[in-house]
Design a protein around this ligand. Structure first.
Ligand code: ZN
Length: 183
């Protein structure tokens, strides 16, 4: 009986349980199977990336999907119309989700052309969007290397990618050029 034990012992047990949960949660799923038809969402994200590029921004696009339907779209907008470092494709997509859908955030998936950064991973997680699919890896800025060391409470995240599709890989090459151009 935990209740009958002195407080210090209770604290120790609580700490041990928390640590066990932490260890169990150290390795969220890094990959997962795509459902049939999901590549269409990544293609739409690719179109948004091209729109971002045409507007003078970094070619990265993202969509948020619920019940097989795109409910929000985002284009990278960090350079234009005004410089805003927080306007990543994923955060723009989050901002576009209709308010009345947030109660179903756990059923949403975010598709991005490029591996999301730490800011976007955290933002998606704390909005409740825990299934994240991306086309190309981002060795210089992707959050992937952190996945094994996320806090235990983030263990529900599904981190699916890189899918390695041609469009996303090609766009990644142009991301670097865009960053250099605007530096
Ligand atoms: Zn980001």
């Amino acid at each position: 009986m935990i209740d009958g034990q002195p407080p210090s012992r209770r604290r120790t047990l609580r700490g041990a349980r928390r640590f066990a949960r932490y260890l169990l949660g150290r390795r969220p799923r890094r990959t997962g199977a795509l459902e049939p038809g999901e590549d269409a969402f990544l293609r739409r994200a690719g179109e948004l990336a091209l729109e971002a590029e045409r507007a003078g921004n970094v070619p990265i696009g993202a969509v948020i999907v619920l019940d097989g339907r795109v409910v929000a779209e985002g284009r990278n907008s960090v350079y234009r119309p005004l410089r805003h470092p927080g306007k990543h494709a994923e955060t723009e997509a989050l901002r576009a989700v209709p308010d009345d859908l947030w109660s179903r955030a756990r059923d949403m998936t975010c598709y991005s052309t490029l591996e999301p950064c730490i800011m976007c991973l955290a933002s998606l997680y704390f909005h409740g969007v825990q299934r994240i699919v991306f086309g190309a890896s981002a060795p210089a800025g992707g959050a992937g290397p952190l996945i094994p060391d996320l806090p235990w409470y983030m263990r529900g995240i599904q981190w699916i990618g890189p899918l390695g599709d041609d469009t996303s890989r090609e766009l990644r090459g142009r991301v670097r050029q865009s960053l250099q151009r605007n530096a």
